[in-house]
Write a protein that binds this ligand. Sequence first.
Ligand SMILES: Cc1ncc(C[n+]2csc(CCOP(=O)(O)OP(=O)(O)O)c2C)c(N)n1
Length: 361
Amino acid sequence: MGPATATAREQAAVVPVTRLGPDGVLAPGCDPALSSAEALAAFRLMLLTRTYDERAFSLQRQGRLGTFSPVTGQEASVVGSAWALDPTRDWVVPQYRELPAMLRQGHTLEKVLLYQMGNPVGNRMEEGVNVLPIQISLAAQVPHAVGLAWGLRHQGLDACVITYFGDGASSEGDVHEAMNLAGVRRASVIFFLQNNGFAISTPVAKQTATESFALRAAGYGFPGELVDGNDLFAVYEVTRRAVERARAGEGPTLIESRTYRLGPHNTADDPTRYVDPEELRSWQALDPIVRVRAWLRSEGALDDASEVELQAELDGEVARAVAAAEAFPKVRPGQIFEHVYARPPDRVAAQWESVGEAGSA
Ligand SMILES: Cc1ncc(C[n+]2csc(CCOP(=O)(O)OP(=O)(O)O)c2C)c(N)n1
């Protein structure tokens, strides 16, 4: 946990809550939000994500994978927030840049790869995996998250829902409608806004006139928090607080996780055309993985030998998932019609037949 009292500017959500500095040293008076063993497990997931991004990029360039959006730079933001949930009862409602949150909930790398290879099987969650499908249409998932949270409370469950969206998506009307409804209904939902500096090439300065997205929460009647999104401990702590509020029936929280997209928007993007190299360098120095690694080493929970071993293990995990996804039966055109309707309407049934796979759900 952090110091007993947050500073006034932290409370006002204009200065990000920070615990673990860029050098991996905790701020004075702070206890680590996670034990060494938990932090090591979270670090493993962060490193798996970075390893996956690198491998997936290479596969995309070889024509073995479709377009995808890397997480690189945002690992603490996604892992720290997901770590605050209980995968057996809480739900993740993603945008498209939250791979490790999905894995933490029980989704698999093989399915992620299948999705990115264009197979809809990959976006269909297994029973018991509390994740809604990836959403490319910006902000369309946010009202769904509120409905899901509200529904869970109607069932008498103390579960909560976290929904992720970007600074760009936050300009969509869906976000306003969803937050307003959540405030009125006190839905157990966490709005996790990842401010990574860009919406493709549009910088955040052109996205909003506000000093902090977190300030918007006041207008919906619930708390807003601003957190250093490159700090695993701070993100975990702030999200944990929001989870506790949600479980206690106290309603939603908006969290602005201030981070930075260290890579391209997706594999079709060329950020060198619009990212200021100086700004990029300043954020590379704040790499979230480097911080946790430094802290773990200072705690004696990681060293050169164990990290080499861990990296080999993660490379193997990614390689096995790639082999399994590539061995999976080829996608059929008719698959896009499956799992949509219990009884497809005539128009859809006719389209389904037109691909030579007359079928039913
Ligand atoms: C409704 C809608 N409008 C436009 C797009 C095209 N588009 C895809 S990603 C993107 C930028 C989104 O930025 P942000 O929400 O900040 O998330 P990030 O990709 O930075 O994680 C845009 C404009 C879309 N997918 N959906």
